[in-house]
Design a protein around this ligand. Structure first.
Ligand code: PRT
Ligand code: MG
Length: 217
């Protein structure tokens, strides 16, 4: 049996067509079912429905053999123990530094300067500002980061942007791009050894489906 961890939301929406191209189709509608373990049309593949940020944890510990997770989430998962065999090229977005549009970030962001930064992505924010030789007071948030610069909680945020509509609606601007983000297929290293005969063909099929998908775009 191959167990694949998937998060509801935008990753699932974009990942399911890729799996369908590999003849893996959930036996139930994931948006309707309350089940957390979902069978598929293939008796040797099942899905786990987990929170996006928990996908790497399930795969690291071998509770799932495979998973789909955002590059952002993978970066924050610092305990290692994961293979990332395929970049799925889905749920694409950018990780940026954003501030209120009236804030003079260029003047503030000098080597040696100190800045209050709010983010869900503490590892990424730390690494980014360390590269800029800046000191930051890091404030960990779990959502609605756009609120932080508007309320004086922080000078800047580190967050994901897709269309930029959320930033614009809140009078914020992206002042620095940290990295582009897409979702990855991740794998448990022990599963890769023990279940290689099952996993390797599936991983190759998924990689081929990604290539077809990106060629069509
Ligand atoms: O939402 P929840 O707390 O349940 O979990 P989650 O936020 O981890 O899940 P989800 O589904 O929101 O995001 C899962 C993954 O999707 C992320 O880890 C990213 O890899 C990827 N992704 C792609 C995004 C976006 N695009 C994105 N736009 N994740 C979040 N956003 C946010 C963005 O920060 C902004 O607040 O969506 C909002 C709208 O973006 P704009 O720029 O289009 O307005
Ligand atoms: Mg979200």
């Amino acid at each position: 049996m191959i167990t694949l961890a998937l998060a509801k939301g935008r990753i699932q929406t974009e990942a399911l067509p890729l799996f369908a191209a590999c003849n893996i189709v959930p036996a139930e509608d994931l948006d309707r079912s309350r089940k957390l373990i979902i069978a598929t049309n293939r008796s040797d593949v099942r899905l786990l429905v987990v929170r996006a940020t928990d996908v790497p944890t399930y795969v690291q510990h071998g509770a799932a053999d495979l998973g789909v997770t955002g590059g952002d989430t993978l970066y924050e998962h610092t305990s290692g123990g994961l293979y990332s065999p395929v970049d799925l090229q889905i749920a694409k977005c950018r990780m940026v530094v954003a501030c209120h549009k009236d804030y003079d970030y260029a003047a503030a962001a000098q080597p040696g300067a100190r800045l209050a930064v709010a983010s869900k992505y503490v590892q990424l924010a730390r690494d980014h500002f360390a590269r800029k030789r800046m000191h930051i007071d890091l404030i960990k948030l779990y959502g609605s980061m756009e609120l932080a610069p508007l309320t004086g909680l922080a000078h800047a945020i580190v967050d994901l942007v897709d269309t930029g509509n959320t930033l614009r609606a809140n009078n914020l601007v992206a002042v620095e791009e940290i990295m582009s983000v897409s979702s990855k297929l991740i794998a448990n290293p022990a599963s890769m050894k023990l279940k290689r005969a099952m996993l390797q063909p599936l991983i190759e099929e998924i990689a081929a489906a990604v290539e077809q998908n990106t060629a069509r775009k």
